[in-house]
Design a binder for this molecule. Structure first.
Ligand code: GLN
Length: 498
């Protein structure tokens, strides 16, 4: 099969093509490796040298479909830098549980993807390795912090990818790049080997071209891991979704997350999909999440507090870079951290350290924890009446590179609709929901803890009805690449450390 045909297939289609003998794992890997090496979006920070020496074990369920992995997952012997200069070139001695498990299931590592430094950001502009470009329009951001993973999948440079979501970092870039992104229930996927940002919120999940692929990848991610003390596993198995209708499904539309601040074009696409959902048999009603408007404020106390503690380990002694001076240990700490961390990471370390300091702990951290509990209770109450809560994923379409970098608050507002679910620990998916101004918008479907199978079914029924054409993202990306090559030599090639 031609390389172009191969990279047009979804992962599930590629598995089927291999089972029919139309292609094999090496041919598929090489097709994607070539696409990843030719990546002009700065989506990759490292690309594998070649296909794995050994073919996947016969019967491996993922049959050799390669996987792009966000930089912050530790991968043995392969640079794992979390988008930061402070651990540039760090090659861990072990592999994250979820990456190792997927390799065992037949999804070998294709490359490591660019991200905001330590997953702090909504646009990928906080990466120490430069921003990622959106394949739909290279003057715009792909979203963040899993922007490299989202752009690689949307541009056809990876069949699927892993991201992490702390406050929206899987769902928001999925929405801005026109693909599917799922944040699982907190605790269902091991965090062992994920370079930590905010441990009570961080969760790994799939970024894929469609809902079926999200289910397929997630099936081999969930499970209890004794090496992660917050791991709870998943009751049962992630099934292949099959729903075509939404009969009897009650959708709640929270007025707090669907009003002011959402771009009109995004809201129009959202409302059109609510009508479609009703045609498919769902009932749609307004619901209340009264504390959701406080979610962002609580998140930006809690996440920096946890980050300030997690990032204390980068001290120039145990990991990565060290910048010494004449002033002994204190100066070494100061210079290493001043030069190694970027501006956003420093802002959060300062915020977090302040809110955890003895005089302020209860006023800030304690209050934010209480708000978090209220938000979880809001969801619990809503799910007493509704099967799912639905919202637009992000308040806007992809914005211009540089347009929000000077205004952290404007940047933080990107997560207005995704942070509440993160605080509650509940699962949520973003699926492509049509275009506004020619750019993708996302629909978020959130359900109670462990409702992934029902969420995937509802998402599949809506995906079929919406009929979004993601191939135009790939086509646009290729056309822009051809234009760039006619005009100049094109942007710098992706970094390779091998
Ligand atoms: N954009 C949010 C932040 O900067 C969420 C990041 C994430 O989910 N990792 O914290």
């Amino acid at each position: 099969m031609s390389a172009t045909r191969l990279t047009e297939l979804t992962a599930a289609q590629a598995v089927a093509a291999m089972q029919r003998g139309e292609t094999d794992a090496t041919e598929l890997f090489e097709a994607y490796r070539a696409a990843a090496q030719a990546d002009e979006l700065n989506a990759y920070l490292w690309v594998a040298d070649g296909a794995p020496a050994a073919p996947p074990p016969s019967g491996a369920p993922l049959a050799g479909v390669p996987l792009a992995v966000k930089d912050l997952f530790c991968t043995q012997g392969v640079p794992s830098q979390a988008g930061s200069k402070i651990i540039e070139g760090y090659r861990p001695p072990y592999t994250a549980t979820v990456v190792a498990g997927l390799a065992d299931a037949g999804a070998p590592l294709l490359g490591k993807t660019n991200q905001d430094e330590f997953a702090m950001g909504s646009s990928n502009e906080n990466s120490a390795y430069g921003p990622v470009l959106n394949p739909w329009d290279r003057t715009r951001v792909p979203g963040g912090s899993s922007g490299g993973s989202a752009a690689a999948v949307a541009a056809g440079c990876a069949p699927w990818a892993l991201g992490t979501d702390t406050g929206g970092s899987i769902r928001q870039p999925a929405a801005l790049c026109g693909i599917v992104g799922l944040k699982p229930t907190y605790g269902t996927v091991s965090r062992y080997g994920m370079i930590a940002f905010a441990s009570s919120l961080d969760q790994a999940g799939p970024l894929t071209r469609d809902v079926t692929d999200a289910a397929l990848l997630l099936r081999h991610m969930v499970g209890h891991d004794a090496r992660d003390s917050t791991s709870v596993g998943f009751p049962g198995e992630i099934a292949t979704p099959s729903a075509e209708r939404l009969d009897g499904i009650r959708l709640g539309v929270p007025e707090e997350l669907t009003g002011e601040g959402i771009e009109p074009g995004v809201l129009d696409a959202f409302n059109a999909t609510l009508e479609l959902a009703q045609e498919l048999g769902a009932t749609v009603q307004t619901c209340r999440l009264p504390h959701a408007p406080h979610a962002l404020a609580a998140y930006y106390v809690l996440a920096p507090a946890e980050a300030s503690s997690n990032l204390a380990r980068y001290d120039g002694v145990r990991y990565g870079a060290r910048v010494s001076g004449d002033g002994g240990l204190p100066e070494m700490y100061t210079r290493t951290r001043s030069e190694g961390f970027g501006a956003e990471v420093k802002r959060r370390i300062m915020l977090g350290t302040y809110s955890l300091s003895s005089g302020y702990y209860d006023a800030y951290y304690g209050s934010a924890q209480r708000v978090r509990t209220k938000i979880a209770e809001d969801f619990h109450a809503a799910f007493g009446t509704f099967d799912f809560v639905v919202t637009p994923t992000a308040p806007s379409v992809a914005f211009e590179l540089g347009s929000k970098t000077e205004d952290p608050f404007a940047m933080y507002l990107n997560d207005y609709c995704t942070v509440p679910m993160s605080l509650a620990g509940t699962p949520a998916i973003s699926i492509p929901n049509g275009l506004s101004e020619g750019l993708p918008t996302g629909l978020q479907i959130a359900g109670p803890a462990f409702s992934e199978n029902r969420i995937l079914d509802a998402a599949l029924a809506l995906e079929r009805a919406i009929g979004f054409d993601g191939s135009s993202g790939r086509t646009r990306s290729r056309e822009a690449g051809r234009r760039a090559h006619h005009q100049d030599a094109g942007p710098e090639a992706p970094r390779s450390y091998d």
